[in-house]
Design a protein around this ligand. Structure first.
Ligand code: DQA
Length: 145
């Protein structure tokens, strides 16, 4: 089983970016704690601040991986192109947000990606990524399609 984790703009700054909202752990440190939880899952990780690079990665791996965990950062709220990319590929996706976007500015309340995803996890901190991996790697009987 292979799962692709995609982080969008500004998420390279996790650990030093607004730690009161996003925590003080870097994503790579967090990933090191996640890998041993899923010994049978190969995790691929990609981060970019560029919309087109995120789309290219979805095209490149979205027909072969078993699932995509995507936190598109602010592109969540703006990018029809990213939503189209998720529709185009075959891998199911789960959208993750570290913060509870519904408790924040109204411009964060709408996501172009949610309708293209199997599910959405938000407001639970970095832990949301492991919950998303868990959901994507569960057998179909456990999660209604
Ligand atoms: C975020 C929420 C977005 O609104 C914001 O632009 C981000 C991070 C989150 O993980 O909480 O960059 O996706």
């Amino acid at each position: 089983t292979t799962i692709l984790i995609i982080n969008g703009p500004n998420l390279n700054l996790l650990g030093k970016r607004e730690p009161h909202i996003y925590g003080s752990q870097t994503f790579l440190d967090y990933l090191k704690t996640v890998e041993p939880l899923f010994p049978d899952v190969q995790l691929r990780y990609f981060q970019s601040n560029h919309e087109g690079e995120l789309i290219d990665k979805i095209h490149e791996l979205g027909f072969t991986v078993d699932g995509i965990v995507i936190n598109a950062g602010a592109y969540t709220h703006t990018s029809i192109a990213l939503a189209d990319a998720l529709s185009a590929v075959t891998a199911p996706a789960v959208e993750v947000h570290i913060s509870n976007v519904h408790a924040r500015e109204t411009y964060r309340h709408h996501s172009y990606l949610s309708a293209k995803c199997k599910g959405v996890i938000l407001g639970l901190g970095l832990q949301g990524y492991e919950l998303a991996i868990r959901a994507l790697t569960m057998s179909n009987e456990q999660v209604p399609v």
